[in-house]
Design a protein around this ligand. Structure first.
Ligand code: GAP
Length: 430
């Protein structure tokens, strides 16, 4: 099973999903670049998330905060003091590891470890133009704080009433001690988060925590992730992040074990209270209905766009005889359709195929064009990148205006009238 990771890593590079970062310079640990198809796949994941979490709800709005914030934000949020991982160093070869991820001795040389010490994983940066007067701050360690510091801005510029949510997608940075497992643990990654503000009351907290757990689970299942490969895992009190009163992970059964790809956290009033204290600004909420003022609690859903990409890829990978198929949900697949003229050297076929290709593109259906090699090879190439349907324009097309549509998963073929093609795919993608 472990070699599934090698197969996915190699396919990802070969077919343009994901490349090692800065590869021509020897790479850099914990950074990856998305290629043409990976960019489409991750975009589709983020887009589906945004539709489900923001556009389809009355009481959730979006936000796009700056990556770099006033450093006081990170003191208030507790990240300067508490955003640490336990680090040990091998006394012999000086390699460093996360203490909670290693055995008794160094896996490289068998050496003895130092005592564990707390290592802060915020990535430091400096802003300003005057040498010596540059201000130290951090690349955001979670995208969350940009939402909480804008709590009053959002309230006063919208008509939202509690309960309501603010959603955001964006990059976060952590100086992970041991990045690894391909894009699973990186130093630069992308999060998709909802901060949901509720009344500060225990039954409300329980209700929304359960509600969002279920919503998030259902979202993955609706996009084809196999339920058998998913589970919830509640955090024990000692493993919860410094801000969390309760926390559950959604874990995936990866080749390297069950691992988290989304966290649902009950953050209580931690963030708003801390920012109020440190900024001196009132971040409370006045409830018109009860004429009371309170600091809302927060239920957070925090997903990793990269981990979701990795797990959707692993889950979709199948070998079927000589074909490798990515059975990605059509909504996630980088290309929805591939269009082929039966042969590349017959002008009439190519012209007809080109017009069908343009017609599908004009309907916003992401479509690939392939006129290399034979049809069998083209099918294999499209299966490997997860294209759900291939359309072949042949000699019959020129007389009866029908094309062959071949289904990726069943490999079954049917003849469809060109006039109905757009509607046929739109219906399947709805
Ligand atoms: N705001 C809460 C928060 O950041 P987290 O559990 O630390 O919570 C949430 O992170 C999600 O972000 C994780 O479930 C994971 O999907 C993603 N994530 C965290 N660290 C990551 C890393 N080093 N590489 C890739 N994704 C990461």
């Amino acid at each position: 099973m472990a070699d599934l990771m090698e197969k996915i890593t190699s396919l990802a590079k070969r077919r343009g999903f994901i490349y090692p970062g800065s590869e021509i310079y020897g790479g850099i640990g914990g950074f990856y670049d998305y290629g043409p198809l990976g960019t489409e796949l991750k975009y589709n994941i983020k887009n589906q998330w945004w539709k489900f979490m923001v556009r389809q709800r009355d009481n959730v709005v979006g936000l796009d905060a700056a990556i770099i914030m006033n450093p006081d934000v990170w003191k208030a949020s507790g990240h300067v003091d508490h955003f640490t991982d336990p680090l040990v160093e091998c006394k012999n070869c000086h390699l460093r590891f996360r203490a909670d991820k290693v055995g008794k001795e160094c896996s490289e040389c068998g050496g003895e470890f130092t005592e564990a010490k707390n290592f802060n994983i915020l990535v430091e940066t400096y802003v300003g133009v005057v040498e010596g007067a540059k201000r130290k701050t951090y690349l955001r360690g979670e995208i969350t704080q940009g939402v909480h510091v804008n709590f009053q801005n959002v309230l006063s510029s919208t008509r939202l009433k509690i309960p309501f949510g603010v959603a955001q997608i964006g990059k976060a940075f952590r100086n992970e001690i041991t990045p690894g497992n391909f894009i699973y643990r990186m130093r630069e990654f992308e999060q998709m988060e909802l901060q949901y503000y509720i009344k500060p009351d225990e039954p409300e907290g329980q209700k929304w925590f359960s509600y969002w757990k279920e919503q998030r689970w259902n979202w993955y299942v609706s996009l084809g992730l196999n339920k058998q490969n998913m589970r919830f895992r509640d955090h024990a009190p000692q493993e919860r992040a410094h801000y969390a009163q309760a926390a559950t992970d959604i874990e995936y059964n990866a080749p390297f074990g069950w691992n988290e790809f989304e966290g649902i956290h009950h953050r209580g009033d931690w963030d708003l209270s801390q920012h109020s204290k440190f900024s001196g600004k009132d971040l409370s909420y006045f409830d018109e209905a009860t004429k009371t003022r309170f600091t809302p609690w927060v239920i957070e859903t925090s997903a990793g766009a990269d981990r979701a990409t990795l797990f959707f890829l692993l889950d979709a990978y199948f070998e079927d005889g000589k074909r490798v198929v990515l059975k990605l949900h059509p909504k996630l697949a980088p290309y929805k359709v591939a269009v082929f003229p039966l042969v590349a050297n017959k002008t009439e076929l190519v012209t007809k195929a080109r017009s069908i290709f343009e017609q599908l593109r004009s309907l916003d259906i992401v479509t690939a064009w392939d006129d290399r090699g034979n049809i069998g090879k083209r099918y294999l190439a499209q299966d490997e990148v997860g294209t759900p349907w291939c359309v072949t324009i042949d000699y019959d097309t020129l007389t009866d205006d029908t094309v062959t549509v071949r289904d990726r998963d069943t490999t079954k073929q049917e003849r469809i009238n060109i006039g109905k093609l757009g509607e046929y795919f739109q219906h399947k993608l709805a």
